[in-house]
Design a protein around this ligand. Sequence first.
Ligand SMILES: Cc1cc2nc3c(=O)[nH]c(=O)nc-3n(C[C@H](O)[C@H](O)[C@H](O)COP(=O)(O)OP(=O)(O)OC[C@H]3O[C@@H](n4cnc5c(N)ncnc54)[C@H](O)[C@@H]3O)c2cc1C
Length: 314
Amino acid sequence: MKELQEFGQIFFQETGLALLSRVPLSSYSSFRIGGPADYFLEVHQLSDLILAVQTARKHRCPFYVIGGGYNLLFDDAGYRGLIIRNSAAGLEIRSEQGYLEAASGTHLSALITQALAAGLAGLEFLAGIPGTVGGAVYGNAGAFGRAIGERVVGVTVLTADGREQTLGPAELCFDYRYSSLKKDHKIILKASLAVEPGSSKEIIKKIEEYLEQRASKHPPGETPCAGSYFKNIVLPGGRKIPAGQLLEQAGARGMRVGQAAVYPGHCNFIINLGQARARDVLILAAELKEKVWQTSGLALEEEVIFVPEDASML
Ligand SMILES: Cc1cc2nc3c(=O)[nH]c(=O)nc-3n(C[C@H](O)[C@H](O)[C@H](O)COP(=O)(O)OP(=O)(O)OC[C@H]3O[C@@H](n4cnc5c(N)ncnc54)[C@H](O)[C@@H]3O)c2cc1C
């Protein structure tokens, strides 16, 4: 504990940023699950994100950067190190060059609203996906057969050796719920997304259609969950089999472990009935995978990211 306090003091002396300690991570995940983080810091400026990451690296303090926490399952044991919540938001509209440049902590909802206000189209399919630009680029978030990667012109990252680097789509290797950022420890700072002039009426119409379709199959707003738990299966040739369909056929409906349950309206959502632990979710997910394997011979992969207590971006 003394060591913990000392690191907090050193961090403050070097950065002017005050770390919180023993912060329950359940408050920072839409699953509402997770034990305490030794240290926690929310940053509102990209310069603070960079400073925090560089200082943690300098002192070899394990750290993990999160956005909105909408795709995460934190460990019951919490996190041994520093969780950095990135709320560094901001948008520069460069419509004459055909793109918007968003700071990684900008929420997708703000991105869409501001694009609409500027009469810029192309990002409507992201409407209703919760989370930040950083989280979306990391996992190539998307819906209705489209994904953010197809709109990315470039991403500025902080490399492991502390340099800022701009990566183009070819280096980011976007694929279904995948970017090359999942392979290394680069911190996403900014993303440039292609847009084109559009009619506000048309943009609003599309957004409303997407939101309506989502409302019909997703759990209602405040249900604690982290979105689709498993990825859809992609067959050679590209055809997708929805994980929800495989789970339904395997008899997932009604299954639960402790306070973690399969959402009755859509079997690919695991929901927290109130007091679920990460352990409940992990056991339920393993049971679901086994059932699908037994009934279809197909291996489901998690879309939700489990963050063990010793995860690190050092
Ligand atoms: C109700 C609900 C519906 C959802 N629907 C969809 C959907 O339709 N489509 C879809 O794709 N997803 C969906 N999701 C999942 C989630 O919204 C997306 O995965 C989203 O992109 C997560 O963004 P986030 O900011 O919350 O990231 P987080 O959950 O905070 O983090 C996700 C990962 O990104 C990494 N990361 C975040 N920011 C940075 C950064 N700046 N630098 C480096 N790494 C970073 C984190 O380390 C972590 O590994 C849904 C979730 C919920 C709860």
